[in-house]
Design a protein around this ligand. Structure first.
Ligand code: G3H
Ligand code: ZN
Length: 287
């Protein structure tokens, strides 16, 4: 099976973006996997610390591994937004393919120092594990945020990015390029869309030369996602859109009536709803 970093690099050479979709249960995982398989797209499923606490770190790794082996399919597992070395080590020991080591709320120097140590420690456990570092402020929480004035957030500069990558030796960098986690209420109905600083992505790519990840993909203008891939984004994270689809799908399943109690009859509408979002996003990413 091709390694994750090679899949990401190969996709980049073909101007394709690798989709990263967060999962918190089997409904999400089924929806993501079915959509990816239909399009023959390699896919990364991610679980944040909270999502891992809910599913079980080793349990999720076991299920994803079984999908990979039974279907001989390039599905990879990422420990998303991991804030401590202990949690990162736990995920790598469980067999995760990558870790987003996220100390982005710390001052840049401190972030770089600890991320460098994490890269060394995690590669010591598994030399092919992909470690992503994160810099800049893109907010937190794959949630629906209230409308109102949008927070002013600084963009990562090419020099900050270059220095951070050189100091830490991360495999992948997640910069702040106009992206942000979650969706404002006005984005849910499509009245507002996130816009990205495409020129800045281009500059950061030239300055670092490493694969780049776009976090906070939900609610982003379609044309910006396509332009971002052209400018050098390799991995694109989507979560809030899936959570919304999951919830609406569950509600549709429950609307089958109070006498319907079989989970495998109620939940397929949620699998389909998640599948449809993943499928639309993967097509946009070029698959
Ligand atoms: O790591 C997860 C993501 O960056 C998802 O962000 O909820 O805005 O799609 P999102
Ligand atoms: Zn993220």
């Amino acid at each position: 099976m091709t390694k994750l970093i090679e899949v990401v690099q190969q996709a980049g050479r073909n101007a394709l973006g690798v989709g990263h979709f967060n999962v918190a249960d089997l409904v999400l995982l089924k929806g993501v996997f079915e959509a990816a398989r239909k399009l023959r797209a390699p896919v990364i499923v991610g679980a944040s610390e909270g999502e891992r606490d809910f599913v079980g770190t080793r349990q999720l790794a076991a299920v994803v591994r079984s999908l990979r082996e039974d279907f001989d399919y390039p599905i990879f597992l990422n420990a998303d937004h991991t804030h401590s070395l202990a949690r990162a080590q736990e995920a790598v020991e469980a067999g995760f393919d990558s870790v987003v080591f996220d100390l982005s709320t710390l001052p840049l120097e401190e972030n770089a120092r600890s991320t460098r140590q994490a890269v060394e420690a995690l590669k010591g456990l598994n030399p092919s594990v992909v470690v992503e570092g994160e810099i800049g402020d893109i907010g937190s929480g794959s949630e629906i945020h209230a409308d109102g004035p949008a927070p002013e957030r600084a963009l990562t500069t090419p020099e900050e990015a270059r220095q951070f990558v050189a100091e830490t030796k991360v495999d992948v960098l997640a910069p702040a390029v106009g992206n942000s986690h979650g969706m404002r209420r006005s984005m849910v109905g499509g009245k507002e869309r996130k816009r990205l600083a495409i020129g800045r992505i281009d500059e950061i790519k030239s300055a670092t030369g490493v694969p780049l990840t776009l976090h906070g993909g939900s609610g982003t203008a379609d044309e910006d996602l396509k332009d971002a891939i052209r400018a050098g984004i390799n991995i694109l994270h989507i979560n809030t859109e899936l959570r919304l689809a999951w919830k609406r799908g569950i509600e549709a399943g429950l609307a089958r009536g109070e006498d319907e109690v079989a989970p495998y009859k109620i939940l397929p509408s949620a699998v389909t709803a998640v599948h449809d979002i993943v499928s639309a996003r993967l097509r946009l990413f070029g698959w």
